[in-house]
Design a protein around this ligand. Structure first.
Ligand SMILES: NC(=O)c1ccc[n+]([C@@H]2O[C@H](COP(=O)([O-])OP(=O)(O)OC[C@H]3O[C@@H](n4cnc5c(N)ncnc54)[C@H](OP(=O)(O)O)[C@@H]3O)[C@@H](O)[C@H]2O)c1
Length: 337
């Protein structure tokens, strides 16, 4: 099969389109012929060795949708020809525990070969049926970012009527945070480095937005008349101190990432005087994915796709992500499907 492989970690230019052996599904596994795959920041990080693949060659890619091509022994309920969406959360038993999965993290495309290829093999339990009406690009785009965002908002205990601030709204996870926050009944403000992205976010339901590089905590208070119950973060040091200052007493900052660097400074007195919480969140369980899939299938949760590239043009899609020009998800699609 064709696959975008990494043989080293010199950065995005390490991606090479190559012929590799088509994987064979083992017991309990299904092989999917991919029609569309979506990018996540992880696909860039892995090309830089953050984290490095355990073995080379490696095929990254967490998100995808396609057609069941072969099933392993003991698989019930899936047959060749069925159109499916891949759940990228591996190694996670379904659970409602607050700290998920006993810390046993598994991400498709990080811990096993992923979706930047013609075929992917996943556990049969990691598939959802693709609704007929859902275009392939949307079907491929929502899995990782939207389910991560939903879990973040669950962990931050977002409720109807809360005030929420999404920082860096252009990103895949952050744009999902905006859409799911609105769906859960929050009033949502956003920040971005790009005014056009704020304008688009307002069209999508945001109440307003501010420059990520400014004093957005003050601007939020002026615009909304109060501070945020929940701040939705994954930018890190570039926005952290303003994000913390944006919290109302008792407010929660929830983060799943740190795109602008690994370290932040925390001023401790406001944390305890104002009863603030900093909440970490990573990936999601099968129930989170199922809930998000229901919303998407039911048309309640739109999936924001920035652009769709031919499979062969992966480097261009990665460059767009690296430049931070995108708003929503970047998708690659195979021709003739
Ligand atoms: N822990 C998990 O399970 C998990 C899951 C998914 C993602 N993540 C992490 O979450 C982060 C976002 O992932 P993603 O796929 O959504 O990436 P993405 O699409 O590239 O989004 C990143 C967004 O962050 C903002 N940003 C980046 N650098 C910035 C800076 N220096 N100053 C201000 N804003 C900046 C930008 O927003 P604007 O363009 O609007 O300014 C950008 O669009 C990544 O670090 C990723 O590794 C973690």
């Amino acid at each position: 099969m064709r696959a975008w492989i990494l043989n080293d970690t010199r950065g995005p230019s390490s991606y090479t389109l190559a012929e590799v052996e088509t994987p064979v599904p083992g017991p309990g596994q299904v092989r999917v012929r991919l029609v569309a795959s979506a990018l996540n920041r992880l696909d860039l990080w892995m090309s830089m060795g953050l984290p490095a693949p355990k073995h080379f060659p490696h095929v990254p890619g967490g998100d995808g949708a396609g057609v069941v091509d072969a099933v392993g022994d003991g698989v019930d309920g899936w047959a060749p020809g069925v159109e499916v969406i891949v759940n990228p959360s591996l190694g996670y038993a379904p659970t409602t525990d607050h700290i998920p999965f006993g810390g046993k993290l598994g991400v498709l495309g990080e811990h096993s070969w992923g979706t930047l290829a013609d075929y992917v093999v996943v556990p049969a339990t990691n598939l959802a049926p693709k609704p007929d009406h859902l275009p392939w690009d949307r079907a491929a785009a929502y899995g990782l970012a939207y389910s991560t965002a939903y879990r973040m908002l669950r962990r931050a205990r977002l409720r109807d009527g809360h005030l929420m601030l999404v920082v860096g709204v252009g990103g895949g996870v952050s744009s999902a945070g905006l859409m799911i926050g609105r769906l859960m009944g929050a009033e949502v403000y956003v920040t971005s480095r790009n005014p056009a992205k704020i304008e688009r976010a307002v069209q999508l339901g945001a109440a307003g937005g501010f420059a990520s590089g400014g004093e957005f905590s003050k601007e939020l208070r002026q615009a909304a008349g109060r501070q945020a119950d929940v701040v939705f973060e994954n930018v890190g040091p570039a926005t952290w101190s303003q994000s913390m200052r944006s919290l109302a007493p008792g407010g929660r900052l929830v983060t799943c990432g740190s795109t602008s660097g690994p370290k932040v400074e925390v001023s401790v007195p406001p944390l305890f005087f104002r009863h603030l919480e900093i909440i970490g969140s990573t990936m999601f369980d099968h129930e989170d994915f199922a809930r998000v899939s229901e919303w998407v299938a039911g048309g309640e949760l739109p999936v924001l796709v920035d652009s769709v590239y031919p499979f062969e043009d992966l480097p261009e899609a990665l460059n767009r992500m690296k430049a931070g020009d995108h708003q929503g998800k970047l998708v690659i699609e195979r021709s003739g499907t």
